[in-house]
Design a protein around this ligand. Sequence first.
Ligand code: SAH
Ligand code: SF4
Ligand code: F3S
Length: 475
Amino acid sequence: MSTKTQTVSLEEIEKQNGYMAAVRAGNMAFERELGFKPPVFVLTLGCQQNESDSEKLAGMAEKMGYAVTDKPEDAYLIIVNTCAIREHAEKRALSLVGQYKHIKAKRPELIIAMCGCMVVQEHRAESIKRSYPYVDLLFGTSDIHRFPEFLCEKFKRGRRVLRPCEPEQVVAEDMPVRRESTYRAWVSAMYGCNNFCSYCIVPYVRGRERSRKKEEIVREVSGLVAQGYRDITLLGQNVNSYGKDMGADYDFADLLAELDTIEGDHWLHFMTSHPKDATRKLIDVMAAGTHIAHHFHLPMQSGSDSVLKAMNRRYGFDKYIGIVDYIREKMPDATITSDIIVGFPGETEEDFEATLSALRRARFDMIFSFIYSPRKGTPAAEMEQIPDTVKSERFERLLAVQNEISLASNKLFEGKTLRVLCDGESKNNPEVINGRTEGGKIVFFDGDEGLKGQFLNIEIERGDTFALYGKIKNN
Ligand code: SAH
Ligand code: SF4
Ligand code: F3S
């Protein structure tokens, strides 16, 4: 495998266009005969990177003559884009695929494809090959652009096409995209991860870091702003190591500064950042920016230096909190969020208490907390594990401490007016409208669906643990 990032050649993209045309011809015949386009259902498990990949898969499917549906029971093609980050995510994928078997029993033409992070692990690929004979297509995370080829082969030969190969050092451009939203968009800045945190499967299933050319990113972001997108998030497993694989003297802070010059009314977000690459330069660029959201998602994982070391995170708590302090110094209004893992192998009560005091010191607006889940093939899975009961008990204590902090931080907004990007009716309660602040906090208010996609000024009346409540301010 080459360590230098390669852009998938135009020739290869042309080849895929040819496969797309072939599948499309078949689907048009289907449409002529049955009077509708064959429906495709795309299920995404996992992070924003997977969501972004799914938008490309759906884009290709549409170009091949499918119509996207949200009902798997209607589908002629089901794509399950899997995640491997924790056991729960893998179990979910397998149980859902198990359910799709019943749809296929009724409609044997249904093609079931699995892709994404779970299926590139050898043991998972093997078990799907063996125990899930109704899965027709299997392909890896760096082969998304070859989906038309695999599908075409399936149609031509009728056999299963199982190619869950290891991730390669490639970046594909110019693929069709079917974006889920008309005002929030994902833009990949880089793919893969080189960090090998000892608990994490991502470097094994996503491959080494590879950055997109800055011209491509600038072009995509400019296009989105011109189309009226209001919130653009730059994605990467470790987005602030952007550019390192290209050896150019141009880093993530430079990219952000350049993107900030694109004129429009929009927010620029990015995620996720590794503390080791969260430079002062980056924070200065954010503070000086016009569009760059004052939101920093900076996973801490643990507050104990010995656990951080065993996790191979390459920073200690002092270095971490120094970054947090600098963000607050430069941007007192910044929202800072984090990821925490409890129950890492060898975590003592003292280590765990160090995490609790770190939370009290850092005062994150919000955290995403996870119970450690052993991942086959990672070093931490081989370490001595701690009992599940201890893990869950610590998890509850962690939440209790953070909930208090989140509540206090949200109370500070009472009486203030915040700019909110409206997401329309709340999924759980269509009676209320919701939206998000620049820092990603959820805000509920009265209004109507027509406000979706607009920036609004909301006067905050109440701050609760998980959300803010307010009313539209007319001015
Ligand atoms: N690249 C990002 C995070 C990707 S995964 C980063 O480094 O910040 C998102 C979060 O999942 C991680 O921050 C971590 O908190 C959690 N996570 C990763 N592997 C895990 C595991 N094996 N068990 C539990 N949580 C895990
Ligand atoms: Fe996983 Fe660490 Fe890479 Fe994040 S930085 S994806 S936690 S290995
Ligand atoms: Fe999951 Fe892969 Fe994302 S493991 S969290 S979908 S990079």
